[in-house]
Design a protein around this ligand. Structure first.
Ligand code: MSP
Length: 511
């Protein structure tokens, strides 16, 4: 891989951003940073989905003009991602003219090919999902399983539709021919199962009389585009489509999505692309959902909502990013609460990594003038330790994929554990009392500091802020990237380099 275009879903602005939104965008940032370390050229987009009925209703309730409302909410998402240290290259807003023109162009192509029909639609609609529902999609009491507090609406209106059933076989064949296209397998299998049944026509419009917030249908000004149809197209308009330059990034595109939006991304979107003769994205990577401790869905009523801003204020962005990276399980829901987050922060970041770093820096502050010890040659035991840690961390970060993020963070924690065991076994504080052992203590401390540097660099995609601080304290050179980063055996701390100013990396937080 030498190029990677990573996308997140674009988020509805009907309410403030929540933990789930933070999750996908942070995972995208982690993949971006890890891939950049390997010399991959990366383009990352995230942003807001600003059309449709539920955004319109939220804007109406806000007392602001629609534009003011959208600007304010979109800025909230951008501010959250900025605080989380997300290095996005483009922040999408679907209300921008360039995107809207792209959507209309897409619709014209389909209409000119005769693929769009007009017909009445009668059916059930969930504004939470912004999707039509079948009776069989609902709970026994007639509610949407994902939005049980919302009323399902009865809709009866004339709309435009894309016939998608004619593409079902082609999509099945594509999935069979590209077994890694949708990952993990559990979701690919779910998509295969959905494709066993004939596909109903996809409604692509809403009458303006009901929903005005949307992209006008280019061939009928009484209608706007259905929000999902418009939103999905962001993935190509962001990179310039229909200008042929979009091909610079598009074939390298990986969509990161939560399990709630598999059908739209793995069925509707690929068929839309087939219909418009645009090639498929490179990959669709799916993650499970965060739920509260005990497996309950987070809700204000249960009081188990984890607010990302609150967590960042109290523990810092690194603590939240680390928890999200460390504990998302592949293919199923994962639990989060302030207690769980506190435990991970304290036991893995503060006590394991932060403490060890501090102990080593303070020890060398006292015995080696506050600088990296100068060592002609490492003792074989320490040379072995440095090589093993360097190899493990390089392996953990190599070709990182969404599903591999938790295991990579576990490797970092395990490496930190190994270093804590090493310092206990090597006992530099005992040896330093014997002047004959000074050279060995220098070897031990150099090795520990160099390993801490390797681990701190390994942490950089996950917790860039804390990693940069640790590297600065260690007096480390700028992190290696590209070919250099593929060379784990290289020792990069220079003996005699003074440490940066020392401060607690993960300060103690009272629960
Ligand atoms: N606007 C659509 C997406 C259009 S993409 C072309 C949408 N928006 S959303 O605001 O509802 O965001 C859904 C996404 O937020 C999920 O797919 C997932 O990425 C993230 N999450 C929402 N809740 C989540 C959890 N509880 N846990 C983890 N991520 C979740 O759907």
């Amino acid at each position: 891989m030498n190029k990677s275009y990573i996308t997140t879903p674009i988020y509805y602005v009907n309410a403030s951003p929540h933990l789930g939104h933070a999750h996908t965008t942070v995972m995208a940032d982690i993949l971006k940073r890890a891939r950049q370390m390997q010399g991959v050229d990366v383009w990352l987009t995230t942003g807001t989905d600003e059309h449709g009925q539920k955004n319109q209703e939220a804007a109406e309730k806000s007392g602001l003009t629609t534009q003011q409302y959208l600007d304010r909410r979109s800025a909230e998402f951008q501010a959250l991602f900025d605080r989380l240290g997300v290095d996005y290259d483009y922040f999408v807003r679907t209300t921008r003219p360039q995107h809207k023109e792209g959507v209309q162009h897409f619709e014209k192509i389909l209409n000119d090919k005769g693929l769009i029909i007009q017909k009445p639609y009668r059916g059930l609609y969930c504004t939470g999902c912004e999707q039509f529902k079948k009776e069989s999609d609902l709970t026994p009491d007639g509610r949407c399983p994902d939005h049980p507090t919302l009323e399902i609406e009865w809709t009866d209106e004339i709309n435009y539709f894309l016939q998608i059933e004619p593409y079902r076989d082609a999509l099945r064949a594509y999935i069979d021919a590209h077994p890694d296209w949708i990952t993990p397998d559990i979701y690919a299998n779910g998509v295969r199962a959905m494709l066993e049944e004939p596909l109903e026509d996809l409604c692509i419009s809403r009458p303006k009389s009901r929903v005005a917030l949307g992209v006008e249908i280019p061939f009928d000004d009484a209608y706007v585009t259905y929000v999902w149809f418009d939103a999905l197209i962001n993935y190509i308009t962001n990179v310039g489509w229909p200008d042929p330059q979009y091909r610079e990034w598009w074939p390298h595109c990986e969509h990161l999505i939560g399990k709630d939006i598999v059908k739209t991304h793995c069925i509707y979107w690929p068929i839309m692309l087939m219909a418009a003769d645009v090639e498929q994205p490179y990959r669709i990577s799916v993650h499970g959902h965060w739920v509260g401790a005990g497996g309950q869905k987070m809700s204000k009523t249960l009081g188990n909502v984890v607010d990302p801003i609150e967590v960042i204020d109290k523990y810092g962005a690194s603590a939240l990013r680390f928890y999200l990276a460390r504990h998302m399980r592949a293919g199923s829901d994962s639990q989060i609460s302030l207690d769980l987050l506190h435990q991970t922060y304290t036991s893995e970041l503060a006590n394991k990594f932060g403490n060890l770093l501090m102990r080593c820096l303070v020890f060398c502050g006292t015995h080696f003038n506050g600088a990296v010890p100068e060592v002609a040659e490492l003792h074989p035991d320490e040379a072995k330790l440095v090589d093993a840690i360097s190899r493990d961390i390089a392996a953990a970060l190599k070709d990182l994929e969404l599903g591999g993020i938790p295991a990579a963070t576990l490797s970092l924690v395990q490496a930190t554990g190994t270093l804590n065991d090493a310092i206990t076994a090597l006992a530099p504080w005992t040896r330093i009392k014997n002047p004959d052992e000074r050279a060995r203590v220098a070897s031990i401390m150099y090795a520990l500091l160099e390993c801490l540097r390797v681990v701190a660099e390994g942490f950089s995609p996950f917790i860039p802020e804390a990693s940069a601080k640790a590297l600065k304290m260690l007096g480390a050179p700028a992190p290696a990237s590209g070919a250099d980063a593929q060379e784990p055996a290289k020792r990069r701390l220079a003996g005699g380099t003074p440490f940066g100013s020392i401060e607690p990396l993960f300060p103690r937080v009272d629960q």
